[in-house]
Design a protein around this ligand. Structure first.
Ligand code: HAM
Length: 417
């Protein structure tokens, strides 16, 4: 048997109602917030992610699925959607028509991480971006959209964590302070962090090696290096979140794992998920679009991981229960052609119907109807055939009625109303 690629997963038919629910809820909320869908490809030139996410990040250094195609071009499966979306915005000059652009994208992302609970090598994200607006209230609006998606899905146990990672100016001072601090621990940092100390000391703060994490917990905080305009920006974001009544906690150690963030950074965490506790995350990026060849404007966005979100939604939730309007029980070979016509007629009128044409006992068919979540069972046997009628059973009340064959559509429509 050929099995799944390690770290990849199937969404099986029993799980797909939950997936459809998550996707539909996210789309409905985002469209209500004024976002429109964009569908970039899942593969890009590798250079896009190197430039966008940063050369010295775990994603680019260790996790991308990168290969040379038959034409000798170096390509990568997208590890995230932001860089792809901004590439599309720059390439198609989308801001010329719409100086503030709000777009979302839903689809699979690929990172070759070590698989564990809530951590996959292919995972789905809902990603939303607002590009072309640097007002702190817009940060709050992005956070509010992420919050609304979670609450409308009924996800529980989640907490919004926010921070400011400052602008390039604050960061150059912070970088020096971090280099000074971590130099005192050189012998104890992992080889990656020792290398990062020169190139990108902020990345030491999100190293997954335990000892590095313990040392990082004592490192200076970015919040103490913010200049007055970044402090003011952060203050206004919090003010807007308070006005919106969105609960949050300030997490001064949060830096996020991608290099493009400036100022606001946030994560939605579920404490029970352990090391992979972030269900969603995002933040502002001041120079990403400019670096990718677009206009020099700021943006803010977030992404929610559907696998992690699904873990917080109960499988027994009635919203994911299988349902059908009608099950047509065909009893005997004579009834088959009448059954076929009835099924077809009902479906043509927008009624969901299941049936089995091969021989099955009534008991087995009733069991199947129950499993399928049918509201009504329509029985067609020899007697019904002779009288031009069907027997209809209401599966919740167990009441039965005899309905003329040319009345069945109207009968079901009446029951559904
Ligand atoms: P991220 O924090 O790397 O941000 O990923 C966002 C979410 O994707 C995570 O919170 C998590 O739920 C999910 N996720 C990430 N890696 C995995 C994995 N290996 N397995 C399962 N789920 C995973 C970004 O990707 C940014 N592009 C978000 C953003 C948009 N920032 C601005 N705009």
């Amino acid at each position: 048997m050929i099995t799944l690629v390690k770290g990849f997963h199937d969404v099986l038919p029993d799980e797909s109602p939950k997936w459809a629910f998550m996707v539909n809820t996210a789309k409905a909320v985002l469209e209500r917030f004024g976002y429109r869908e964009i569908i970039p490809p899942i593969m890009e030139k590798t250079e896009l992610f190197v430039r966008g996410i940063g050369q010295v990040t775990d994603i680019v250094e260790k996790e991308m699925y990168t290969f040379e195609d038959r034409g000798g071009e170096t390509l990568s499966l997208r590890p995230e959607a932001t860089a792809s979306i901004l590439r599309a915005v720059a390439e198609h000059s989308l801001l010329r028509r719409e100086p503030v652009l709000k777009v979302y994208c839903i689809g699979p992302m690929f990172r070759r991480e070590r698989p564990s609970k809530g951590r996959f090598r292919q995972f789905f994200q809902v990603d939303a971006e607002i590009i072309g607006d640097d007002c702190p209230y817009t940060d709050a609006e992005a956070i509010a959209a992420a919050h609304a998606i979670m609450t409308e899905m009924g996800a529980t146990g989640l907490m919004m964590e926010i921070n400011s990672v400052g602008c390039v100016h604050c960061r150059s001072g912070y970088r020096k302070r971090l280099q000074e601090f971590f130099s005192g621990w050189l012998g104890e940092l992992c080889p990656d962090c020792t290398r990062r100390l020169e190139a990108n000391p902020m990345r030491i703060l999100d190293c997954k090696v335990e000892r590095c994490g313990e040392i990082a917990a004592r490192a200076p905080l970015i919040t103490d290096s913010l200049d007055s305009s970044c402090r003011e920006h952060f203050h206004e974001v919090r003010e807007a979140l308070d006005l919106l009544g969105i609960p949050y906690r300030i997490e001064p150690r949060m830096v996020r794992g991608l290099d493009y963030y400036t100022r606001t950074a946030f994560e939605i965490v579920h404490d029970e998920l352990g090391r992979s506790k972030a269900v969603g995350g995002g933040g502002r990026y001041d120079s990403l679009l400019g670096e990718l060849g677009g206009p020099d404007v700021s943006g803010i966005g977030f992404a929610i991981g559907l696998e992690r979100l699904a873990m917080g939604l109960s499988d027994d939730d009635p919203r994911f229960r299988r349902s059908m309007d009608v099950y047509v029980a065909i009893l005997g070979e004579q009834a088959r052609s009448m059954g076929l016509t009835v099924v077809n007629d009902l479906r043509r009128h927008g009624i969901s119907v299941e049936t089995r044409y091969s021989k099955m006992s009534l008991k087995a068919q009733m069991k199947l109807a129950d499993k399928l979540g049918a509201s009504l069972v329509m029985m067609i046997g020899d007697d019904e055939l002779a009288g031009g009628e069907v027997t209809v059973r209401d599966m919740s009340t167990r009441e039965q009625a005899v309905v003329k064959i040319d009345e069945v559509v109207r009968y079901v429509q009446g029951e559904r109303a």
